[in-house]
Each structure stands twice: as C-alpha cells, then as structure tokens.
Design a protein around this ligand. Structure first.
Ligand SMILES: [Zn+2]
Length: 373
C-alpha cells in the first residue's frame, strides 16, 4: 500500500507528498474528516514516506518494500508509534509512564530514532484525549525535537481542544463520491457493480467502512432480512418495539469465531450492529428522499421502491427525519459500548410510527361491523 492506493483524497495527499518531497514537513499535523475516510491509512503512509529507506530525494511516496516500510505497515517499527484510545478516552499514562501501566509512548521522544530517520507518533482519535492527556502533550507538540513528527486524527475541528488545534497544521479528508467509491470497490474486491453501488451507499463516502462491508460476505444474506425488518418497523405498533429489537439483534448477528473470548465476541457483536445499522440508515434515507421529493426521487434501494413508498405513507414526514437522528444516536451508543439490548430497544421505540397519518384510501381503518340487534 502507498499513497497511490488510497481511494480519493487527492488534495490531502498532494499536500503530504509535496511536504515529503520538498522536505518541508510540519512537525504536527491534524488530519480532519469523518470516520472511515482514510485519515489513519494516510497517516501510516505518511510515516512510511518519511522513513522509507528507498525513497529518492524529491519523491513523495514510500517504496512499500524496504524494511522500514514493511515494519511500519505491520505496526512493528520501533520509531513509529500508534496511540489509540483506551476505551472511550486517550489517557495520560499512554503518553507518560505511570505506575501500574506499560511505558508511555512519549517517554522515547528525547532519544534519537533507532532504525529510521524520523520518530513519528500517530494519535488515532485526538477527540478522545481527556484534558489531562491533552495538556500533557502540548509542549511536545509545540517544540518537539527536530526528528519528531506527530499526526493526530479527529472527525472535526470542534472535536479537538483549541490548544491542540493551534499547534497543528490541518489537512482535511472528505467523503468520497459514491460512484467513485463504487468503481474502486468493483476494481479491488471484484464485486458486481450493483453490489458495489449498494455498499458505497451504505458506507456514506467512507472507503474504510465500504472495504469492511465488502469483506463481510454475510452482509449479502443479511441485507434481505434487514430490509424486511425495516419494512415491518414501519408497519408496527409501539407495543412491538421489543420484539423488533430482538429481531434486529438476530438479523445483525454474524457467527462468532471459534475461540473468541468475551471481549472479542463483544467487539464482533458491536461490529455486527453497526453494519446492520448501515442498511437501516440507507433505508431511512431512501424514505426521507421519497417523502421530500416524491415517488420518483433517486434512492439507493431501487428494487424496494414499492415497499418504501408504502412505508413512507405510515410516517408523518417529520418523524422520518427524527428516525435518521435516532439511528445516528444509536451508532454513537454502540461505538461507546452501550448495552446492546437496551440500545436496540430504545432505537425501536423511536423508529416505530408514532401515529399513522390519515392517508387517503389504502390506509383507512375497516368500517365497524354493524351490531346485530
Ligand atoms: Zn520503503
């Protein structure tokens, strides 16, 4: 893998290549953009380009074959460290040694790199830095030794403390247009174009998510069950919410791998739910499109147009928008390790129609049976 293998992000990558080629490299970068668009992939490629043993002066790309490139790609290079959150937060002991914890990553900052020209620290989700941890790295960000570079990643400027923001050079990563992403999936994963189009839509312009979906063959079988569930939600009373939640957990489930411990099984279950959520989310975006733009609106599930039109009539228009909000909230809860049963139940309570709008014709209640006298 090199910069050239990253899907989209031409502007961001051109800036990084130019910095490397001209050896004019800011010591602290902040990569901004939604989850899954390629920030961390680009950060690793950047660390490789900085340290590649085969790169000629004036070039911006890594060779992807030398010992530095291969060790960085495998996350086994002594001079390139990745720091990911511990649970929900990135904490001070991950940077500076505290008793009862492994050595802090930044304890090495004042030692020259041992195997490569530069020492690089990649901070995966800077939005999770707690205040103590953020404050503890300010000086290192401001005046690092000349051989040190930082790359921090975060979803947006507002997610990061201003003190961090002001010390970093910003690089923006954007959602990749869906047809572009679909073409890349067709080429790389040998998917048929229709499958690639659906996955690109589910992934909302995030290649990382699209590739993970493409690598989950179970999803193809699950999709029908999930779309069927989505149609049933639109046709269900509130009282059915708990049953629907159970059905969602069952439909989302992929087989747990043999020998998975509880933690691993837990992560698998969360992954399953977020993938299932991608399908429900796309279905609701289709509903929204139909309710706002009429029955011929462009939608993702073109083969489901009739079922979607029926479902759209069951909701008041403002509830469809609220359902999309509820799905976003659910995604955040699952990512924060919320209890899956509770989270799915709350979700279904919000997704079922609150009241059936008085639709002309088809949806009228049957006339009362006349009483015999
Ligand atoms: Zn190399």
């Amino acid at each position: 893998m090199s910069f050239a293998d990253i899907i989209g992000q031409e502007t961001a990558l051109a800036a990084l290549r130019a910095a490397v080629a001209h050896d004019n490299i800011p010591q602290a970068y902040l990569f901004l953009g939604p989850d899954g668009v390629g920030k961390m992939t680009a950060a690793v490629e950047f660390a490789k380009a900085l340290n590649c043993a085969q790169r000629e002066p004036g070039e911006g790309d890594a060779c992807d074959a030398c010992v530095n490139c291969t060790r960085i790609a495998a996350d086994q290079h002594p001079d390139v460290q990745r720091i990911a959150p511990d649970g929900e937060q990135t904490k001070i002991w991950q940077f500076w040694t505290r008793s009862g914890h492994p050595p802090g990553a930044l304890e090495s900052i004042n030692f020259a790199p041992v195997a490569a020209p530069r020492r690089v620290y990649l901070i995966e989700r800077a939005e999770t830095l707690n205040e103590e941890a953020a404050n503890s790295i300010l000086k290192a960000l401001e005046e690092p030794p000349p051989y040190v570079h930082f790359v921090l990643c975060a979803p947006s400027q507002t997610a990061v403390l201003p003190t961090i923001l002001s010390r970093c050079q910003l690089i923006r990563f954007r959602q990749v247009p869906q047809d572009r992403l679909a073409d890349a999936l067709t080429a790389r994963k040998a998917l048929d174009p229709e499958e690639a189009r659906l996955l690109a839509a589910y992934a909302e312009g995030a290649p990382g998510r699209a590739l993970r979906l493409a690598e989950t063959p179970e999803l193809r079988g699950q999709r029908e069950a999930l779309l069927d569930l989505a149609a049933r939600i639109a046709d269900s009373p509130v009282i059915a919410a708990f049953r629907l939640a159970e059905d969602l957990r069952a439909a989302a489930k992929t087989k747990a791998k043999k020998g998975e411990d509880d933690g691993e099984a837990d992560r698998t279950a969360r992954g399953d739910l977020t993938r299932a959520l991608d399908v429900l989310m796309a279905w609701h975006r289709d509903l929204l499109a139909l309710s706002l733009r009429g029955p011929d609106a462009p939608i993702v599930h073109t083969d489901q147009r009739a079922a979607l039109l029926i479902a759209a009539r069951r909701y008041a228009p403002d509830q469809i928008a609220q359902n999309v909000e509820a799905l976003f909230a659910f995604r955040r809860h699952v990512e924060r390790n919320a209890n899956a049963q509770l989270a799915t139940e709350v979700l279904m309570l919000r997704l079922v129609p609150r009241k059936t709008p008085a639709a002309p014709g088809a949806d009228k209640a049957p006339p009362p049976v006349p009483k015999r006298s």
